[in-house]
Design a protein around this ligand. Structure first.
Ligand SMILES: Nc1ncnc2c1ncn2[C@@H]1O[C@H](COP(=O)(O)OP(=O)(O)OP(=O)(O)O)[C@@H](O)[C@H]1O
Ligand SMILES: [Mg+2]
Length: 525
C-alpha cells in the first residue's frame, strides 16, 4: 500500500511499533569492553548495556526519546486530558493496533481542542510516552519488553531499579523513582493490572500480571522511609513443543516417539549441553509427553518452564537476605535442595529440576533410584564430563546413584551451512557406571553432522528395561514406537505446533489410542 504523506498528523494514525525485532547476539568479550545496544520498543526505546568505568560495573540503561521542556509540558497537559477522555477498560481488552488507533483518535481531539500544533517528530515522541504510560507499565515498560530480562527489582525511592539479565545477570539501570507518591501510584497500578489491590492496611501482594509474570509488592508502614517496593519475575515465553522442535530439525519424530515411550514408562532423563544450547527448551518440550493425570513437581532457580499440564506444582528457589549462617544459609533462603527434599514428600509421579548444579543432585538421584521419574538439565558437553562431575566433589554421588539415570540427551549448538542450528547430538543410554569412573553407554541415536541426519541403532537398552519392568513384549513396544512416530509425523504435517493443541493431541492418544490409530490410519494391522 502506498501511503500518502499526511499533510497534518490530525488525519490518520501515524504512530506504530515495530513488533518484528531481531533478538540480539551477545559477543564473547571481556565485561569491560561490552557496549551493546538493542531495541526494546522499536524504534523508540533501546537497551544500552555497557561498562561503567567509574563504578566498575556493567550497567543497563534504557534509552528513550528525549523531550525538551516544551514537549514535556505538552505531554503533561495531554496526559491529564487523556485521563478524562479515555476508557481504560477498552485499552485492556483490545489488540495493540486498535489501542493505538483509539489513543491517537483521542489525542487528535485534544490537540484540536487545545489548539496545539506539533511537528511530526514531536508528535511521535509524545505519542510514545502516552502509549508507554497508558497501555504499558510506564517507566519499566521497556524492561518488560526485553526478552532477556528475568527479574525487575525496585527497592524504593532513590534506589535505582535493578534487573537480572539472562546473559549478564544483575545490573543497575538508569530508572529511578524519586517521588514516593509517583512510586506509590505506580505500585497501585501494578496491583490493579494484576486484578488485586494493595494498601497500607494490606501491605503485601503476591499476584500474577496478565502475561503470567509474578508480581511481589510491599508497602512499608514507615511512610518516611523508602516507600513501596516491588519485584517482577518476568515470564512471557510460549513453550516450544516437540513438533516445533521437529520443524527446527532439533530432533526427528522417531527420537521424540522413543522419548515419549521412555517418559510414559517413567524413565529418568537428563539433558546436557553447553550454555544456550537449548537444554531448557528441550526439557520443556519433553513434558508434553507426560501422561495427563500424572502429578508433576518442578523446581527451578528462575522460572523458565511452562507446562500445559493441570496437575503441575511449580516452585522457584529464593535467595535469602543478610549474612549466611553456619550451614551457609541466609535468612529466608529456600534452596533447590530444600525444595527438592520437600517435593519428594508430596509423592510426585514426575520431578523436573530446571538445572542441576550442586548438592541438590544428591536428592534428585536418590529420588530417581526410589522410582520417581525425574528430568533435569545439567551444564556439560559430554556424558563423560557429566558423569565425572557427578562422581567427584562437591557432588560425589555413588556409582549406583549415577546409574539411576536412564538416558542422557546431549544438545549441540553450532552452524550448519552457515545457519544457526541446535540438535540433539546424541542419545546415550546409561548401561553401567563403576566407582572408578568407568562407565558404559548404549547409543540408540546419533547425529551425523556432515549430512545433518540421524543414525538409528535399533537396539535400545531402555526398551529392554521397559520390557523387564512391565512385561510388555518387544514386538508390542516396537509397534507402539512405530505408531507414535507416525502420529508425530501426522501432527507435524498438520501444523500442530502450538502448546494447547499438541497437549490435546497427546492426551487424546493417552485416552483412546485405538480411536486415534483408526482415525489417522496410523498403522496397517
Ligand atoms: N532447538 C532449538 N532450535 C533453535 N533455537 C533454540 C532451540 N532451543 C532453544 N533455542 C533458543 O536458544 C536460546 C537458549 O535456549 P535455552 O534457554 O533452552 O538454552 P539452555 O541450554 O537451557 O541455556 P542455559 O545454558 O542458559 O540454561 C533461546 O533463545 C531459545 O529460544
Ligand atoms: Mg537452561
Amino acid at each position: 500500500m502506498v501511503k500518502k504523506e499526511a499533510s497534518s498528523i490530525a488525519e490518520k494514525p501515524t504512530f506504530s511499533i515495530d513488533t518484528n525485532i531481531q533478538i540480539p547476539v551477545f559477543p564473547e568479550i571481556d565485561k569491560e569492553k561490552i557496549n551493546i545496544r538493542y531495541p526494546l520498543i522499536a524504534p523508540y526505546a533501546y537497551a544500552h548495556i555497557f561498562w561503567d568505568n567509574e563504578n566498575k560495573e556493567l550497567v543497563y540503561f534504557v534509552e528513550e526519546p528525549v523531550l525538551n521542556q516544551e514537549q514535556k509540558r505538552i505531554l503533561e497537559i495531554l496526559e491529564d486530558g487523556i485521563k478524562e477522555l479515555i476508557n481504560i477498560s477498552f485499552i485492556s481488552v483490545k489488540s495493540q493496533e486498535a489501542v493505538i488507533e483509539y489513543l491517537e483518535k483521542n489525542l487528535r481531539v485534544l490537540l484540536d481542542e487545545l489548539r496545539i500544533e506539533l511537528s511530526r517528530e514531536s508528535y511521535l515522541k509524545i505519542m510514545y510516552y502516552i502509549y508507554r504510560d497508558f497501555v504499558g507499565f510506564n517507566d519499566i515498560e521497556p524492561l518488560l519488553n526485553d526478552y532477556f530480562i528475568e527479574d525487575i527489582e525496585c527497592n524504593g525511592v532513590n534506589y535505582p531499579i535493578y534487573v537480572v539479565h539472562r546473559r549478564y545477570r544483575n545490573m543497575r539501570t538508569n530508572i529511578i523513582y524519586t517521588d514516593i507518591e509517583e512510586l506509590t501510584s505506580f505500585v497501585e497500578k501494578l496491583a490493579q493490572k494484576a486484578g488485586q489491590y494493595i494498601s497500607y492496611a494490606n501491605p503485601l501482594l503476591d499476584a500474577a500480571l496478565p502475561d503470567g509474570s509474578r508480581l511481589n509488592a510491599s508497602f512499608t508502614s514507615d511512610v518516611s522511609s523508602r516507600g513501596p517496593a516491588f519485584t517482577i519475575r518476568k515470564f512471557t515465553k510460549v513453550p516450544w513443543t516437540p513438533t516445533k522442535l521437529i520443524q527446527m530439525r532439533t530432533a526427528t519424530p522417531q527420537i521424540f516417539a522413543y522419548l515419549w515411550l521412555l517418559i510414559e514408562y517413567g524413565m529418568n532423563i537428563m539433558v546436557i549441553g553447553g550454555t544456550g544450547s537449548g537444554k531448557t527448551t528441550l526439557l520443556n518440550a519433553l513434558t508434553f509427553f507426560i501422561p495427563p493425570q500424572a502429578r508433576i513437581v518442578s523446581i527451578e532457580d528462575t522460572r523458565e518452564l511452562a507446562l500445559e499440564h493441570e496437575n503441575w506444582l511449580p516452585s522457584v528457589a529464593r535467595e535469602g537476605v543478610g549474612l549466611a549462617n553456619l550451614v551457609g544459609q541466609k535468612y529466608g533462603e529456600v534452596s533447590l535442595f530444600d525444595l527438592l527434599k520437600e517435593s519428594f514428600r508430596q509423592n510426585p509421579d514426575y520431578v523436573i529440576v530446571g538445572e542441576v548444579r550442586g548438592k541438590e543432585a544428591y536428592v534428585l538421584f536418590q529420588g530417581m533410584s526410589a522410582g520417581h521419574a525425574s528430568f533435569g538439565t545439567m551444564h556439560a558437553n559430554s556424558v563423560d564430563t557429566m558423569i565425572r562431575r557427578l562422581q567427584t566433589p562437591p557432588i560425589s554421588l555413588s556409582a549406583s546413584l549415577v546409574e539411576a539415570m536412564d538416558v542422557v540427551l546431549v544438545m549441540a549448538h553450532g552452524k550448519i551451512k552457515g545457519e544457526e542450528a541446535r540438535r540433539i547430538r546424541e542419545v546415550d543410554e546409561i548401561v553401567k557406571v563403576e566407582e572408578n569412573g568407568n562407565f558404559k553407554v548404549n547409543i540408540p541415536f546419533v547425529w551425523d553432522p556432515t549430512k545433518d541426519v540421524y543414525r538409528f541403532n535399533s537396539e535400545s537398552y531402555a526398551f529392554n528395561k521397559i520390557i523387564i519392568r512391565t512385561g510388555i513384549s518387544l514386538q508390542d513396544l516396537r509397534r507402539e514406537f512405530e505408531i507414535r512416530t507416525q502420529l508425530l509425523i501426522n501432527l507435524y504435517n498438520n501444523g500442530i505446533f502450538d502448546p494447547k493443541s499438541l497437549r490435546a493431541a497427546v492426551n487424546e492418544y493417552y485416552k483412546d489410542p485405538i480411536a486415534i490409530i483408526r482415525k489417522l490410519k496410523l498403522i496397517k494391522s
